[in-house]
Design a binder for this molecule. Sequence first.
Ligand code: F6R
Length: 403
Amino acid sequence: ELGEHRHYMHKEIFEQPQAVTDTLEGRITQDHVLVSAFGHEAEALFESIQQVQIIACGTSYHAGMVAKYWFEDIIGLPCQVEVASEYRYRNPVVLNNTLFVTISQSGETADTLAALQQIKQLKAKTPSSHVQTSSSSSYDQTPSSSGLTRGSPIHKTGLNIPTLSICNVPESSLTRESDLTFLTHAGPEIGVASTKAFTTQLVALSLLVTAVGKTLNLMSETQERKIVHGLQKLPGLLQKALTHEDSIKQIAQGFADKTSALFLGRGTMFPIALEGALKLKEISYIHAEAYPAGELKHGPLALIDENIPVIAIAPHDDLLEKLKSNLQEVKARGGQMIVFEDEMSCVGSEEGFQVVKATSNVGRITAPITFNVPLQLLSYHVALIKGTDVDQPRNLAKSVTVE
Ligand code: F6R
């Protein structure tokens, strides 16, 4: 089953171009996203939404973080994202007309499922009136004890909070409990560390932003066409990113004796940095952290010396100049810099940086999806050198069905 691959993780990394193609299949036309890809009722349910709340855990949470940037930047719709284990226990304020999105590869993650069930109970319990928290003890208090006025006046017939799950497993608990379901067609993911599921979650979320954007007239046809054309190019971009495996192997050699690594990015590359750090921790057991590059000065710069590799994700975008000056600060302190850039970034002209030109120029949607791939390969090759159990990292389970 593994074919030419030594591990499922490696196989699944290389399946990503196909997984993207499969996830797009039947969901887009030449120039458009089909809103009905989210279900026959999707258009009617999207029509009244005023904000989005995303809930997930781990890698799926990182996909949600990328989507927050997209929702607010591309269509101007407020979007919150939170890990399920926090959301479910903190009595969050839930506004009416919120699209409640859960993201999960397995569809069985206990905390994510519990957060969804809480929202469903809240909807069932709320005949009318104001604003709600999801806790039964305090949902009828207005204003809240914190003094905040909660939400806007609402619907006579109860809360309008349509639920959507983005999931890789059909007939899972999450899909059964959601109003709408979008299945990522990544195929079975065996490696415990999520790779192709994450990539297809991002594809699903880009389609969601577009579907919601056009339903609410927050996106022009030109914008939609641009996004769709970008997505059509994505399998090719991923294929190309995979061709850098040899140079990434070389870079991995410099990691095996390290105890710590720092990942930096700005904008959507911040959640991609978080995901890169999570992959490295999970499978190579090297301590890794990710920071938005602008936070360097606020603490992590103190860590930097020649023993800590710093990985920067540097697409040619509006934030590149800001990132470059952060990288200079790292360099000045003797840090070992590894830069993943595109063909236009030209960070590579700096001396002493190890640079991988991971891709050609990419857009707002395709950039985070593409730049994630070389980071997956980096973790994989570091783990290979360290001889860890790549597909079954210690202490971890593929499906976390208990909290
Ligand atoms: C990391 C990883 C986990 C999962 C998390 C949520 O590589 O796989 O962080 O993303 O346990 O799992 P799902 O997506 O099944 O809800």
